[in-house]
Design a protein around this ligand. Sequence first.
Ligand code: G3H
Ligand code: 13P
Ligand code: NA
Ligand code: ZN
Length: 342
Amino acid sequence: PLVPLKPVLDAARRHGYAQGAFNVNAVCQAKAAIEVHEMFRSPVILQGADLANAFMGGRADFANGTVEDKIRGAKNIGDAVKLYGEHSPVPVVLHLDHGRDMESVKAAIAGGYTSVMIDGSSLPFEENKELTREVVKYAHAHGVSVEGELGVLAGVEDHVFAASSTYTNPLSAVEFVRDTGVDALAISYGTMHGASKGKNVKLRREIPIAIRECLAHEELDCALVSHGSSTVPQYIVREINELGGQIGEAHGIPVAELLEAIPAGINKINVDTDIRLAVTRNMRELFEREPELKESSLAGVWQLLDEKREQFDPRAFLPPVYDLVMYGTVADEAQEKLVAAI
Ligand code: G3H
Ligand code: 13P
Ligand code: NA
Ligand code: ZN
């Protein structure tokens, strides 16, 4: 069944585990992700970022997506998740990742998202609180969960809790959760978005520990979320480059660090970059294995792969097969193979 985020994270907190939350950028990824979770008998958290909704709404220059693009994209992925998730034996959450404003939130909910993130972390504290509170009011009235964010990811490693700190301050977190009513809170404790996180990152697990204790002391009910948590497997980077890609130094969060973050109070772990890398690898592998596909209905995709060798965002390669990205519409056998790869 489709469910909001809160009950899934409540169970994770009760039993002390974390849920992976995986980003999708094409509707056909929903079916595969749900099937894999069913194999593990695990709840599913799929997330589409604000830009992903614009892309799945048919916008190749997704950074410039309009509200109409986002509504169309949210409905496309929302319909796919409903189709494959509604009758699934495992709970399925469709979560908006890094929603930027009220319009994006409304677009996602209109399309069938069961959970939304509002990312006001770049705003001054009071404005972040105000925007988040407004989103909570709207979302909860629609039975939709809300994740907020406090603190800025990455950067200054040695100024914990100083005025200039980018890490999440536990006392501010208490005030934020109390005043907004969010169900989940993304915190900054040493992770970073993207594939350039640096070698041997150490996470500040004392930060989630302190936040969790401060929240418990005030009897506040809120799960903590770890963004920027891709592990960037070196073998995938190597394989991409062996298959014609040109990706430079790329590093993720060591798995051991993530495993220690869970008992420190992290219950949702966001992964996007690793999926982008794997999809890029798979697509390059497909054309290597079956070069005749370069002359098929996938010719445009191949051309982009061949041109953009340093790129590993699949959205850079997929516009030539937009019907497939948006609606999962497969035109021929070549496109069926692409679906298997992404
Ligand atoms: O946290 C950011 C996610 O990786 C989403 O990225 O905004 O490019 O879709 P995006
Ligand atoms: P990565 O870039 O580490 O995959 O982080 C993804 C994320 O935080 C999505 O919100
Ligand atoms: Na999120
Ligand atoms: Zn994120």
